[in-house]
Write a protein that binds this ligand. Structure first.
Ligand code: FES
Length: 98
């Protein structure tokens, strides 16, 4: 094993889990589309992978999905829809993308 500093300034985790349990799942609520839209914005802005948008395979809050968790900003978005992508991108990608 080797060790280094975290190689990203920021991680934006979007739950894309498609295995619905009794509380549903983010994948069935357009989690993949939200992930792809945020990743595309980060790439188009040229900040990926410094600001990395990553898929999560369940963040443990399935009933409130789609869930998005942002480190180190310490913010959690739930009930996210594709209509919210621009607002999340503005707050966590575009604002820090200079
Ligand atoms: S499926 Fe997204 S939090 Fe569990």
């Amino acid at each position: 094993m080797e060790k280094s500093e975290v190689p990203f300034e920021k991680k934006i985790f979007v739950c894309t889990n498609g295995n619905a349990g009794k509380n549903g799942c983010c994948g069935a609520r357009q989690g993949v589309e939200i992930f792809q839209a945020l990743r595309t914005i980060a790439k188009d802005r040229g900040v990926h992978p410094r600001i990395r948008v990553a898929q999560a395979t369940c963040l443990g809050q399935c009933a409130r999905g789609v869930n998005v968790m942002v480190f180190p900003d310490n913010e959690w978005y739930f009930a996210v829809t594709p209509d919210d992508v621009a607002q999340i991108a503005e707050a966590h990608i575009l604002a820090d993308g200079e």
